[in-house]
Ligand binder design. Structure first.
Ligand SMILES: [Zn+2]
Ligand SMILES: [Zn+2]
Length: 415
């Protein structure tokens, strides 16, 4: 491990103290993670999980608020010295997936599984709360723990997640000056941390296109308007957004995943409905997708004598890290896991509603290695075989606790 020349003896002593305490805490971390893993709850249904989190935070002496955006929990740890506020966000919900791996901690809730590792995220944040609570007298400022429900998206017809937590005051009183979050990453071996300097996760939008024509006998197409031929032209033209309208250096995915229209072989369809998704890593590109789609839809449908409707929903913005904050925290990550385990990564095309926090507060969202090829833990997120190497838990706590402490101390030193 290469140590930065400027690390003080006091910081190294604190690292050693945290590391020793986290080693003692590890059996409890594993127990908490297994308890959460065995009792996964779907988005906006995280009742038991929220109760467990609130009880632990109260036991540690934090100021706790519950019931934010349904089952959200916030815990504030006030340090013994004045200073700024750092927030740490973890998500609580699980997915409607039947777990395939046979482990002693397999899900006991049929058809529901922590397949995105939010059980590990919650466990790491609780572990950080425990370590920092022990040394709260030394902390300049406060740590705000935000436990967020419904990251995977609320059920249809319901509201929830990061956006709703913010609307209900998650970033007020105290208002954090920066925020950290992490996500499990099975492509990285446990013990390592992955990071992106700016964009970390993509935006995710959902759209529904309805192309309307005029129904006639299939033998007399000139008497009607064929919604199917129009829809075919629309699909082709939409792909020119990617190939001809957006800078080739900016990643963009525009996919139509479902198409339905027509009801008989000899009748021209009067309506075609298409559903799809658009994703990008560039907030400027994100803003342009819908207007470009409308331009194409208008032009193509008009030229066919048809019409259209577009229902465009921006679900999650791009998750963009604050580059100065990343640069500030990288030495901490390298100090804890070692230079060779602090890995620069390409951004992920998956989406994260942590982006709503990152749009409001300087943010750093990084990836916690949870894979272990030797143990056969390699399955991707959102699959029935997903698991984490539990050795990731103490690493996750150590990195986050050191980052929060370093950040607060640096903020307190600033004039
Ligand atoms: Zn997920
Ligand atoms: Zn997730």
């Amino acid at each position: 491990m290469t140590l930065s020349r400027s690390v003080s003896a006091a910081v190294l002593a604190r690292d050693a103290r945290y590391r020793r305490d986290i080693a003692d805490l590890t059996p409890k971390l594993v127990e908490i993670r297994r308890d959460l893993h065995q009792h996964p709850e779907l988005s906006n249904r995280e009742e038991r999980t929220a109760k467990l989190v609130a009880e632990r935070l109260r036991a540690l002496g934090l100021e706790v608020k519950t019931g934010i955006a349904h089952h959200g929990v916030i815990g504030v740890l006030r340090g013994g010295k004045p200073g700024q506020v750092i927030a740490i966000r973890a998500d609580l919900d699980a997915l409607p997936i039947e777990e395939a791996r046979d482990t002693p901690y397999k899900s006991r809730n049929p058809g529901v599984m922590h397949a995105c590792g939010h059980d590990a995220h919650t466990t790491v944040a609780l572990g950080v709360a425990e370590i920092l609570a022990k040394y709260r007298a030394d902390l300049p400022g406060a740590v705000k723990f935000i436990f967020q429900p419904a990251e995977e998206g609320p059920p249809r017809g319901e509201r929830g997640g990061a956006k709703m937590m913010i609307e209900e005051g998650a970033l007020d009183a105290p208002a954090p000056d920066a925020i950290f979050g992490l996500h499990c990453m099975p492509m990285l071996e446990s013990g390592s941390i992955g990071y992106c300097e700016t964009a970390a996760m993509a935006s995710a939008d959902r759209f529904l296109i309805t192309v309307r024509g005029k129904k006639v006998h299939g033998a007399y197409p000139h008497e009607g308007v064929d919604a199917i031929v129009t829809a075919a032209a629309v699909i082709e033209q939409l792909q020119t957004i990617r190939s001809r309208r957006i800078d080739t250096q900016a990643p963009l995915v525009l996919s139509i995943g479902s198409i339905h229209g027509g009801n008989r072989f000899n009748i021209l369809a009067d309506e075609v409905r298409m559903e799809g998704t658009a994703r990008t890593l560039d907030p400027d590109v994100h803003a342009r997708i819908e207007p470009l789609m409308r331009q194409i839809l208008k032009g193509v449908t008009e030229s066919h004598g048809a019409s259209y409707e577009l229902d465009y929903e921006r679900i999650v913005p791009v998750t963009v890290n604050n580059p100065q904050l990343v640069a500030q925290m990288l030495p901490t990550i390298r100090r804890i896991v070692g230079d060779e385990r602090a890995l620069a990564m390409r951004p992920q095309m998956g989406a994260e509603d942590f982006s709503y926090f990152a749009n409001r507060v300087p943010a750093f969202f990084y990836f916690l290695g949870v894979g272990n090829k030797a143990k056969g833990i390699t399955a991707m997120l959102h699959t029935p075989d997903f698991d984490v190497d539990e050795q990731c838990l103490p690493v996750g706590v150590e990195v986050m606790a050191a980052m929060a402490t370093d950040w607060l101390e640096a903020a307190a030193r600033r004039p």
